[in-house]
Write a protein that binds this ligand. Structure first.
Ligand SMILES: NC(=O)c1ccc[n+]([C@@H]2O[C@H](COP(=O)([O-])OP(=O)(O)OC[C@H]3O[C@@H](n4cnc5c(N)ncnc54)[C@H](O)[C@@H]3O)[C@@H](O)[C@H]2O)c1
Length: 245
């Protein structure tokens, strides 16, 4: 039986909507004080379905912004026991031959640099406390590669490699570092994709339906809990039977 997360602080990046809002709500239902990190601090609690402990405006791809947000968070609610690196963008769907370098940099920076920056900001307090849970929202695209979204897939593969490396660095500290690799979930992220790309993604899911935000949030909440204590550096798939490796 789960003991719950009461007394714990959780930072969830990109939590103003979509998957991040679902994860944040689920963590808060388990008792965590959830700090929403997103581009704007104008977040309506009724839209996300719960009352966050704080909302902090941040660009997770910008080192100075992350540093300031971490300081603000610690001052407002204390250092987090849980960090969920969820913020991300898809970027355009187009072949590598047409992909602009600036777009590549932006997609990699928001999906990958952010995971390094936000994790780094909270490692020391977690080490001092002898406890922590870092959960990185990757993607099945990072395990398999997907045509048309090379920058996204490369960044998510990078996030998986970072997860495994950091987990090994911190393995004796009480901090676990894991990733989740979801298939497609119906969120505003899909507005960045073509209809063909969405249909092709759905066709690859053996359960023949999209993953729900609730299903993914439940998994993340378990990985972020004290009960998930002996698994680190692992990628938890949420793929409706697509990834079996
Ligand atoms: N939706 C899917 O099908 C799917 C599948 C696999 C993985 N994912 C991953 O799940 C995560 C959440 O995706 P989503 O579908 O909820 O997307 P979304 O577009 O609905 O929400 C993303 C959130 O991140 C925030 N954000 C974007 N850039 C940011 C930045 N630089 N700094 C701070 N916040 C920023 C946005 O403001 C938004 O609130 C992403 O990492 C995405 O890659 C999504």
């Amino acid at each position: 039986m789960r003991k719950g997360l009461s007394g714990q602080v959780a930072v969830v990046t990109g939590a103003a909507r979509g998957i991040g809002a679902g994860i944040a709500k689920r963590l808060s239902e388990d008792g965590a004080l959830v700090v929403v990190w997103d581009l704007s601090d104008q977040v309506d609690p009724t839209a996300i379905g719960f009352e966050p402990a704080a909302v902090v405006a941040v660009d997770v791809a910008d080192p100075r912004s992350v540093e300031a947000a971490a300081k603000q968070t610690i001052a407002l609610v204390g250092a987090p026991q849980i960090v969920v690196n969820n913020a991300g963008i898809n970027g355009p769907v187009m072949p590598v031959v047409d992909y602009a370098y600036d777009t590549w940099r932006r997609v990699v920076s928001i999906n990958l640099d952010s995971v390094f920056l936000v994790s780094q900001a909270f490692i020391q307090p977690m080490v001092n406390a002898g406890y922590g849970r870092i959960v990185n929202v990757a993607s099945i695209a990072g395990k398999e590669g997907v045509p048309g979204i090379s920058a996204y897939a490369a960044a998510k593969a990078g996030a998986i490699g970072f997860t495994k490396s950091l987990a090994k660095e911190l393995v004796t500290t009480g901090i676990t570092v894991n990733a989740v690799a979801p298939v497609m979930v119906e969120t505003p992220l899909l507005q960045q994709m073509t209809a063909d790309h969405i249909a092709a993604s759905k066709a690859k899911i053996p359960m023949q339906r999209f993953l729900s935000i609730g299903e993914l949030s439940e998994l993340v909440c378990f990985v972020a809990s004290p009960e998930c204590s002996f698994t680190t550096g692992f990628v938890f798939d949420a793929s409706g039977g697509r990834a079996t490796y």
